[in-house]
Design a protein around this ligand. Structure first.
Ligand SMILES: [Zn+2]
Length: 429
């Protein structure tokens, strides 16, 4: 399953002129290009003025947001894990209108959608998609092989309406905002990672709606220092997940460097912190409508509580949290860091690490964004304040070349291990 995402081929949109978030061309096996984001500014929480709020339900087995647009010939449905189209209407013989609605407001502008199309006979249909009170962020992708591989779907933007023509057929196709990485995908990935190794996958606890939150651990009895890897606090941020997988695979690989690293450091990976949000196709929140990456001060949500309790339990047993990486997506590739003068140990450690990444990847511009937001409730700040160590928010661009995401993850994980094992004095520049 992992390899299927490697073959993502983003095709040039036909209608670049209208492009809202034009993906760069990305062809497998070509040299990486520096990501030049031509997308719209997505800072739009203030622009939202929605009248209705989505009420999450406790339904665990079907997607709470699912809705069907059915007639005898054509069927549009989002009744599957991570599926979502909120409102669907048939507006003409072969025309459909979909409205995307956030789970609550105000909210970060990340309108997620994922739906399947099937027809009795081959039929050309037109889908118009709009966002209630907001605008599109993700150019549509299409999968014709059961979500194994994805291509960019041609589309036009007319004002705030995204219009696409799709050939519907008896073989169902999926249209989605990004590649679909649902809860099951994580379980399968972790099983593959842990099946023939000493790494363990276990359930850390249950989410608000009772879904398992898994942790993967590599633990050496002679080591008491931990690197913590977190992912998917924000459900639509799929490129963050596409970076987490190769990053973790590199740390936990069979390489000599990994073996040496894993004798010195323990690794805790919680790859999917928000399984309810992922299942529902939420734009941002967990099942209570809360942004988990604003909850690392209050711990009002079970998902953040579980992790906080677990980490504090480790520390109570004499273990030490040494470093943390939290994977996300945004418009561009950015590493949010703690400032060198924040007072955490090894002040220059992150600068050394990512500076070396910048040197080793001349075609990738490493952007560091140091910041200190004590009241925001983000995980990065929590790790620094609670454990006195560095932590970063690792953000991959929505439209960054998928092969390049892997390459950056592989390089950055290897350089991280070298830096954590080196004798370099990270208290000095
Ligand atoms: Zn995020």
């Amino acid at each position: 399953m992992k390899n299927s995402l490697n073959s993502l081929t983003l095709l040039l949109p036909l209608f670049f002129l209208f492009s809202c978030s034009a993906p760069q061309t990305a062809v497998e096996e070509t040299p990486p290009t520096v990501s030049k984001n031509t997308g719209t500014d997505i800072s739009a929480t203030a622009a939202l003025s929605l009248k209705e709020e989505f009420q999450p339900t406790a339904d665990k087995d079907t997607n709470a947001n699912s809705q069907s647009c059915n007639n005898e010939q054509v069927k549009l449905t989002s009744d599957f894990a991570a599926g979502r189209m909120d409102e669907c209407k048939r507006t003409g013989e072969y025309e459909y209108s979909i409205t995307l609605v956030p789970e609550n407001t105000p909210i970060n502008s990340s309108p997620w959608y994922a739906f399947k199309i099937q027809a009795k006979q081959v039929t050309d249909i037109t889908i118009t998609m709009q966002v209630q009170g907001d605008k599109h962020r993700y150019p549509p992708k299409i999968s014709r092989d059961g979500n194994k591989s994805w291509q960019l779907q041609d589309y036009q933007l007319k004002g705030e309406r995204l219009i696409m023509k799709v050939k519907a057929s008896p073989q169902s196709v999926t249209i989605a905002a990004q590649e679909i990485i649902n809860n099951q995908y994580y379980v399968d990935w972790a099983e593959e990672l842990t099946v023939q190794s000493a790494f363990t996958q276990s359930i850390l606890g249950l989410s608000t709606q009772g879904r398992p939150i898994y942790k993967i651990e590599s633990r050496d009895e002679n080591s008491n220092e931990w690197v913590v890897i977190l992912g998917r606090q924000h459900p639509p941020e799929v490129t963050g997940a596409l970076a987490l997988f190769p990053f973790v695979e590199t740390l936990l690989s069979e390489s000599e460097l990994s073996k040496y690293f894993l004798r010195k450091y323990n690794v805790l990976v919680i790859p999917n912190i928000n399984p309810d949000g992922v299942h529902a196709g939420n734009w941002r929140s967990n099942a209570n409508g809360m942004d988990l990456n604003r909850d690392w001060n209050d711990f009002s949500q079970i998902e953040t509580q579980l992790i906080n309790d677990y980490l504090k339990g480790l520390v109570a047993q004499g273990q030490k949290i040494k470093f943390a990486v939290d994977f996300h997506s945004t418009k561009n590739d950015i590493f949010y860091t703690m400032p060198v003068d924040y007072g955490v140990e090894s002040s220059y450690f992150v600068r050394h690490w990512l500076g070396e990444l910048d040197r080793q990847m001349p075609n990738f511009n490493v952007v560091l964004r140091p910041g200190n937001n004590p009241n925001l409730g983000v995980s990065k700040q929590y790790f620094s304040d609670q454990f006195g160590v560095h932590a970063i928010t690792y953000e991959m661009g929505d439209n960054t070349d998928r092969t390049k995401i892997k390459r950056i993850a592989f390089k950055s994980a290897n350089i991280l291990m070298i830096n954590m094992l080196s004798e370099t004095d990270h208290d000095k520049e």
